[in-house]
Structure formats: C-alpha cells, structure tokens
Write a protein that binds this ligand. Structure first.
Ligand SMILES: C[S@@+](CC[C@H](N)C(=O)[O-])C[C@H]1O[C@@H](n2cnc3c(N)ncnc32)[C@H](O)[C@@H]1O
Length: 335
C-alpha cells in the first residue's frame, strides 16, 4: 500500500518493501542504482570477497586510492570474472518486483556504470521492460589516472623496455560521461502510445518544460552541481539533472520511485517540483543525511515560498490600502 511509503524515505533493504507497493501505481522509476563496480561496501554485489577488495588487505591499509580503483578488469582470481553475471542476477531480483508496480507506458531512468550498463539492460529486458534509449550524463570534469608504462619498466630496472614504451600508458581515457538507461514498460499490444496516455497519463515527454537555452534537449545531458549544493554522498548526482528527468516525463502530483536513495537527491528534486516520491535507503547514515537534507532543502524552500506568498500578499494589501486611501483623499469633502 503506497500510503505507508509516499513522500517518505524508508530505512532498509528495498527488497523488503517494493512488493508492498500498489500494482501499476508508479509513474516514473528514477534511480542511481549501485553500479556493481565495488565503489564501496554498498556496491559489492557478488559473493566473491577477495581479501584485497575495498582495500582490506594489510598491504592496502591507508591507501584509499587503491580501494577506490577496485579490481582490475582482468580480476585477481577466476571467480572475479563472475562478478558481472552475479550483478545481473542481483538486478533481476528487484527489477522483477518493480515490474508490476509500474504503470503501462511509464519511463524508467537507471543510472549505470559504463562497464556494467549491459548487465542492467539485460536484467531489465529479461524482466519485460523495453530499452528506449541510452542517455549520457556529461560531467564537468573527470578524475583521470593512466600510469606511464615506461615508468613501471624503469622501476623494474628494464631500461631498454622503458625507452621502447615511452608515451604509452596503462588505463582508460578520462571517464567524462555516465550512461543512463531509459526503459519503458510495454503497453497493450495493438494499442497506441496516445491511447496509453489517455488511459495511464504516462508515455509522453514534456519538451517545452525542458528546453536548454531555448532549444530542445538532446540525449547528451550536461548538468552540474549548483554552487550551494552540499555533497553528502560519494555517488551523489546533481539535483538539476534529476529534476530535468522528472520534469521531462511526469506531471505535478505523479509518483516517482527511487529504491536506492543515497543522499535523497530524487526526493528533494521531486518535492521541489511538486511530485510525490517513494524511496528506500539501506545505509543508516545516508538515510539520516537524506532526511536532514529533505527537511532543510524542501521544507525551507516551502517555507521560503510561503514567506514570498505572504510578503506578496502584504504588498498587495498595502497597495490596495494606499489606493483606497488615495481614492478617499480625492473624494470631495461633503459638509
Ligand atoms: C549510487 S548510490 C545513490 C546516490 C544518490 N543518487 C544520491 O544522489 O545521493 C546507491 C545507494 O543505494 C543504497 N543501497 C544499496 N543497496 C540497497 C538496498 N538493497 N536497498 C536500499 N538501498 C540500497 C546504498 O547505500 C547507496 O546509498
């Protein structure tokens, strides 16, 4: 039953709650799900716990950079190579619970890792959702590390090889974008999307409300954090980006579901543009920060707009009072 969860972030594992939501009640699913790249404890979604994972081996203690870099693509053991499959299975578990909760024709925006997005797409497609597009969120900057091969050889005392590999690096290009897989829940076969809009009020996109510098948006989304945006979560997304996606696909009063809330960005964005939200977060400290953020940013905002309405009302009252005063003054005195 949605009333127990609406406009609230609920603390706990979303697997325990998603099944309680009303069927075909969600207008938009928008979530920055764990990418399955071992970014932190909450992102380890496989059974293989190599002792070096997340920097837990004695050789790694105190080296946070190594912890963040995670496992090499090649893995440290044969079982590391099952990580992708296990991540897809993890996704399939909760995607299957989400499926009946979505309205027909509704959108689902799922933030993913560049190397794991295919597993997410497979999980959603295997469950019955349809992939509509893959958007790219272009970040303002990207942390880039690519070690020089020549230096590695030099440290090993291999002078000739070091010279031979001058200019070559280990690593990737600067990771400037993050993919957002855009799915839809299928509607009636034989029906049209406009029939579906009439029936379920979802399926269209509101371009006019989402113009970027006066032009239609593209699928390359360039959004950054506001100057005053507090950074609470290591994977936090810009409020303006989330607000854009909500505005694009929902009307005021519709319901947005985010089962992996983190610092509560989806909740704050939804409330700021008058949508309802349902959210879950498993980490107690993230949950507490999200609740605090929601109180500070939304309630303060609502308070501010109430104040603004009040002061407008006061101004109007003063204006009316002045006008009637003037009118009274103009009136010819009788007697
Ligand atoms: C990528 S982060 C979300 C960050 C968020 N977009 C923000 O702007 O702050 C994913 C979050 O999902 C939470 N999480 C992981 N597994 C979960 C589960 N089974 N149920 C609920 N939350 C979960 C993690 O604790 C983490 O905070």
């Amino acid at each position: 039953m949605n009333e127990n969860y609406i406009d609230r972030i609920t603390l706990g594992d979303c697997h325990n709650f998603l099944g309680n939501l009303d069927n075909e009640s969600i207008d938009l699913f928008l979530s920055d799900i764990p990418y399955g790249i071992c970014l932190d404890e909450w992102d380890v979604l496989h059974s293989n716990t190599n002792s070096a994972l997340l920097g837990q081996s004695p050789a790694q203690i105190g080296k946070s950079g190594f912890k963040r870099r995670g496992k090499p693509i090649n893995g440290w053991s044969q079982s590391d190579r099952n990580i992708g499959t296990e991540y897809r299975e993890w996704c399939e578990n909760w995607v299957a619970i989400v499926y009946p909760k979505m309205k027909k024709g509704a959108s689902l925006f799922v933030f993913s890792g560049r190397r794991t997005v295919h597993q997410v797409i497979n999980a959603f497609e295997n469950t019955g959702f349809l992939l509509k597009d893959t958007l790219a969120w272009k970040k303002q900057s990207a942390h880039h590390r690519a070690q020089r091969v020549s230096i590695v050889f030099e440290r090993r005392g291999l002078k000739e090889e070091s010279h031979k590999w001058e200019g070559w690096r280990l690593g990737n290009l600067a990771p400037i974008f993050e993919p957002i897989a855009w799915f839809v829940k299928p509607y009636k076969i034989g029906g049209t999307i406009t029939d579906n809009i009439l029936e379920n009020e979802v399926g269209a996109i509101n371009i006019d409300e989402c113009l970027i510098n006066g032009s239609s948006p593209t699928n390359l989304l360039e959004f950054d954090y506001n100057i005053n945006e507090k950074r609470i979560h290591e994977a936090q997304k810009p409020l303006s980006l989330i607000e854009f996606l909500i505005r694009l696909t929902t009307k005021q009063g519709q319901v947005v579901l985010d089962p992996f809330m983190g610092s509560g960005t989806t909740a704050v964005a939804a409330k700021q543009i008058k949508r309802h939200f349902i959210g879950f977060e498993i980490g107690t400290s993230f949950y507490q920060s999200a609740i605090k953020r929601l109180q500070e940013e939304v309630e303060t905002d609502q308070y501010k707009s109430k104040q603004m309405r009040l002061s407008l009302f006061e101004k109007e009252e003063k204006y009316c009072a002045n006008k009637s005063l003037k009118r009274m003054r103009k009136k010819p005195r009788t007697a």
